[in-house]
Ligand binder design. Structure first.
Ligand code: GYE
Length: 334
């Protein structure tokens, strides 16, 4: 890593020389440019992207969006699936640094522990864009921008809907919470937003809260435990659709009717979640859009060109009731 700094200047010189040679060879070939950046064109921006994993429907839609948008934007994408492990992401980022990609983008599985590798990218002169999930680094110069959602707001909107839904209820309303991956930005923020909102009504009580790691299997397993330990559960707040979908199986197996005996609130609004909402098994979903690809590619072009970009770019999102889900489902893209 120490060598990297020293090698920077010579590398620039080599790059400049290569550019001159390339310009010469393109001129010599005459009409070699068949348009759109062309196969193997050295002018193509190369992006190294480290994805969290394939834990949910949201993630699959996000990966597809990124791959499609890269192809459309003429950006060469190097893609790595970290299988929900931070060490794999750090390894992938170090590989991208070694390969001297033009831009590194990644969705950090957890918030903390990134400073060292981000500093390595910075020292190598490679701009980093955070997508979807944030990091808690105090040094904001370690990355160019963050593109994603306001997770606190998603949690708050979920809590505010519940307050309204329960306004005439008498007695305690017992809530169980299925958290996302421990230490991840969406788990931390959604928990916080929801807790802040429901604090306005003291009869709303979170009686159990545990991670289901954003997966269906995790949601099912933890919900089974909740149902065994707590005879009276009125509400489930799941940090994503997939955990809610897994929990449905546990709830039905316990002889309860999801959406009626237990009110279910989730986040994401992927197709399967929207279907459960339209079918009356879920009661409310706060949307979180995975379609970040096109904006990410625009940002990559800008930071590569040395343009200033906003430090935080948020996606517009909405919420869905059962009726709204029925209307929206036919046109849902993911
Ligand atoms: O809500 C969940 C996924 O980081 C916003 O990760 C993303 C979350 C999404 O596994 O389904």
């Amino acid at each position: 890593m120490r060598n990297m700094r020293m090698s920077l200047a010579p590398r620039r010189a080599v790059a400049a020389l290569a550019a001159v040679l390339l310009a010469g060879s393109v001129a010599a070939c005459g009409n070699s440019d068949t348009g759109g950046g062309g196969e193997g064109g050295n002018d193509k921006i190369v992006m190294g992207f480290s994805q969290v994993g394939a834990e949910s429907g949201w993630r699959t839609a996000n990966t597809n969006s990124i791959k499609e948008a890269a192809a459309e934007a003429g950006i060469e994408l190097k893609f790595d699936d970290a299988q929900q492990k931070q060490e794999n992401q750090i390894k992938a980022i170090r590989n991208y640094i070694q390969q001297k990609v033009d831009v590194i983008a990644f969705s950090p599985v957890v918030e903390s522990g990134w400073d060292t590798v981000l500093k390595e990218a910075k020292d190598a002169g490679i701009p980093v864009i955070l997508t979807d999930r944030a990091v808690d680094s105090a040094d904001k110069s370690l990355y160019k921008t963050f593109l994603g959602s306001d997770f606190v707001k998603e949690g708050r909107l979920s809590g505010e809907w519940l307050i309204e839904e329960m306004k005439d209820a008498t007695g305690d309303v017992n809530i169980v919470e299925l958290q996302g991956t421990t230490g991840s930005a969406p788990a931390n923020d959604r928990k916080q937003g929801f807790a802040e909102a429901i604090a306005a009504d003291p009869k709303l009580k979170i009686i159990a809260s545990q991670s289901g790691d954003f997966t269906r299997a995790g949601g099912k397993q933890v919900m089974e435990q909740f149902l065994k330990a707590h005879p009276k559960i009125d509400v489930l707040f799941a940090h994503n659709d997939d955990m809610g979908l897994g929990a449905l199986e546990a709830i039905t197996a316990a002889g309860k009717e999801p959406g009626k005996d237990i009110i279910i609130i989730t986040i994401d609004a992927v197709k399967d979640g929207m279907q459960a909402l339209a079918d009356g098994k879920f009661n409310f979903i706060a949307e979180c859009s995975p379609l970040l690809g096109p904006q990410l590619m625009d940002l990559a072009k800008k930071v590569h060109a040395g343009e200033e970009v906003a430090p935080r770019i948020e996606v517009d999102e909405t919420t869905f009731t059962q009726e709204q889900a029925k209307e929206a489902l036919p046109n849902r893209k993911y």
